[in-house]
Design a protein around this ligand. Structure first.
Ligand SMILES: Cc1cc2nc3c(=O)[nH]c(=O)nc-3n(C[C@H](O)[C@H](O)[C@H](O)COP(=O)(O)O)c2cc1C
Length: 200
């Protein structure tokens, strides 16, 4: 891969919120974890990411929770989004854009690493998944919305039964909806200035 191809890959990624119903083969998902997510850097190389992959009937069941998360977010979005985008986003929360795969991303926090380093490490892996989707012809949208209903999600996934959860060490950070894209949204604008302070 040339450096130009790399930059094109990074810049061509965009959040997808409408998917074909086709399932994603298990081997593709495994490749994205084994060959991308798990190669992210992490504080003290603790690889403290934990992923829960939800598909099939359980995925359908999650829609009612997604709808609940919408109730917590909608008022803020109503002020921020123009009406057509607000309606699209509402539909997205009700259907998750028909995405066949939901990945819930957790951090296993403990005393060996600072809290923010643990959190950051998981998001490194999340970005690798975003890029892997791009090369696999898949689309995805990383979602903070599940945090609105954190306790519901923990119970829904059965995470509450795990010993590390009982010790207060497992924390939901985000969801990622994944599937084959069924729209081609415009690229969200980027602010290329006033984000760096050069000191020398
Ligand atoms: C941590 C995080 C949380 C996000 N949460 C949501 C979400 O709950 N719902 C949603 O529709 N998009 C969500 N997004 C996607 C952002 O809206 C999107 O990345 C941003 O608008 C830039 O667009 P792009 O990804 O197409 O470049 C989230 C992105 C990140 C990184």
């Amino acid at each position: 891969m040339t450096s130009q191809e790399f930059y094109e890959l990074v810049q061509s990624r965009k959040s997808i919120r409408k998917f074909k119903k086709d399932p994603v083969p298990r081997e593709v998902l495994e490749r994205m974890f084994q060959q991308a997510a798990f190669h992210a850097p992490s504080g003290k190389n603790r690889q403290n990411w934990r992923f829960f992959v939800v598909q099939g009937q359980k995925r359908d069941e999650y829609l009612k929770y997604s709808q609940k998360s919408w109730l917590s977010i909608k008022d803020v979005l109503q002020k921020r989004l123009k009406p057509s985008l607000y309606d699209f986003t509402e539909r997205f929360f009700f259907t998750l854009g028909d995405a066949p795969v939901l990945v819930f991303c957790y951090s296993h926090n403990d005393n060996e690493e600072r809290y923010h380093t643990s959190i950051g490490s998981v998001y490194m892996a999340v970005q690798n998944i975003n890029l892997a989707c791009q090369v696999e012809g898949l689309g995805c949208c990383t979602m903070g919305a599940p945090l609105e209903i954190k306790e519901d999600v923990d119970k829904f996934l059965g995470v509450t039964e795990l010993p590390e959860y009982k010790k207060g060490e497992l924390e939901l950070l985000c969801g990622i909806v994944i599937g084959y894209p069924d729209h081609n949204p415009p690229k969200a604008p980027r602010q290329l200035e006033n984000r760096i302070t050069w000191i020398d």
